[in-house]
Design a binder for this molecule. Sequence first.
Ligand code: PLP
Length: 395
Amino acid sequence: MNTEQYVQLDEQYGAHNYHPLDVVIESASGAWLTDVDGNRYLDGLSAYSAVNQGHCHPRLLEAMQSQMHRVTLTSRAFRNDQMGLFLKELCEMMGYELALPMNTGAEAVETAIKAARKWGYQVKGVPDNQAEIIVFDGNFHGRTTTIVGFSSEEQYRADFGPFTPGFPRVAYGDIDAVAAAITPNTVGVLIEPIQGEAGVVFPPDGYLKALAELCRENNVLLITDEIQSGLGRSGKMLATDWEDVRGDILILGKALSGGFYPVSAVLADEKVLGLFKPGDHGSTYGGNPLGAAIGREALAILREEKLVERACQLGEYTLAELKKIDHPSINHVRGRGLFIGIVLNEPARPYCEKLQTAGLLCKETHENVIRFAPPLVISRTDLDWAIVQFKSAFA
Ligand SMILES: *Cc1c(COP(=O)(O)O)cnc(C)c1O
């Protein structure tokens, strides 16, 4: 079968909830993808930062295979010999007392919301059903009904209501707006330290620190969604590390499994996550031994291959090179680590299609931004090649 036939299959049998580039990937390794016609592409998206460790990392493959032969799923009705080790390693690496494993990012966000609300009622003393969690314009936290209910993106919400109340929304990066939105019933502020889906948007310098301070002063939990920005992507382990900020609740996903399997987690200290009692929350696959074994290896790779440091060094270099491109269609280039947005004055899709022809796969985000977020294992040579492709796309 060729590309056209695969595309036709997707279109005929799949719901049309995505608009992908018409490239059909058959295999991948490291930073490179191969399509069904034998063309090779550099991956400029990393599955939205799920494959920070690179595609089909041999160590992850090995960890998955060896666990698959032992046991894959026990459910939480029984215990398994991988989950505890995974959570210990995760907690120690991130600096939290407890963790709760889930599968997809959206599930972890839902878990964080439930944890913050429970804390609000049981510890802060908010009256029943009055808890509020402040969210931001341009947010992306997933696609469940509760989560899309507080999106500022009209299309994400349209015809999916009624929605869960209790999520006042304010401008991203405006500390006064958050201060004004805090009430005695505010239990949390849910933020992406860098907004990936909104177009790699950064809050002003010092904002995260001021936000953490504001939360502390008002007895409000700072909930950091680092599903996309975390695990090395921004050149620090967590994007909040750039301002020495620590969320009261941390949400991880995507690269937590390096692309092999959906693994997400919520981390917090005992005073918050310790409030869950048996029966309060759960997931059939959450904490399963296969996912846990993969998660352990995904974290070990990040650490042992020094991917955070790599992202920092390579990112600084790439950003400087991309900023040199002088073209009227480019408004500006911004980024941290290997989390880079090329902001255009016009739609980005035609440029992404042009880059595709050149062998570099990027996806437009928010209409006019080209996001460049390659696997963190990318070589300097491949990065130089990618930079040349950007330069010629704008020549
Ligand atoms: C991808 C993403 C999610 C949702 O994760 P899924 O695994 O797609 O449910 C939530 N928050 C952020 C910041 C994300 O980038």
